[in-house]
Design a protein around this ligand. Structure first.
Ligand SMILES: [Zn+2]
Length: 128
């Protein structure tokens, strides 16, 4: 099998090719990037899932250079407790970031939160 993408005739259909430095090569433009999917989203205006489906890639797997992957792995093991807690809450960790505290919420966001809580817990927050 030659691994040619049906729509574009691009090589490497169903697989990710890497350059000599270990960076994954973009199926669209042929250039290589540490974080390929970030490039795809910004430059080609394509969501990672659509990109992976178009080029026959596994939608559940990330595409990173080995260098970026080991940097992320190191950051995860360094902050494992925070990462696990954030994963369970569905948020991501960024070093040095304090999160969005109550005083940082915009007035509009604060009003939405109040409204949301009223709808969610009508007994605790009775509307006057
Ligand atoms: Zn590209």
């Amino acid at each position: 099998m030659d691994n040619i993408t049906p729509q574009t005739g691009h090589r490497h259909y169903g697989m990710v090719a890497y350059d000599q430095a270990g960076k994954p090569i973009c199926h669209v433009c042929g250039r290589s990037f540490n974080a390929l999917l970030t490039h795809v989203r910004h430059v080609h205006k394509m969501e990672p899932r659509a990109y992976k489906l178009t080029y026959g890639l596994n939608v559940t797997k990330g595409i990173l250079s080995e260098k970026t992957q080991s940097k992320l792995k190191a950051a995860v093991s360094k902050n494992l407790e925070v990462v696990l807690e954030n994963l369970s809450r569905g948020v991501r960790y960024q070093e040095g970031h304090q999160g969005r505290t109550r005083d940082k919420l915009s007035e509009q966001g604060r009003q939405r939160l109040i409204q949301y809580n009223k709808e969610r817990h009508p007994k605790q927050n009775p509307t006057p």
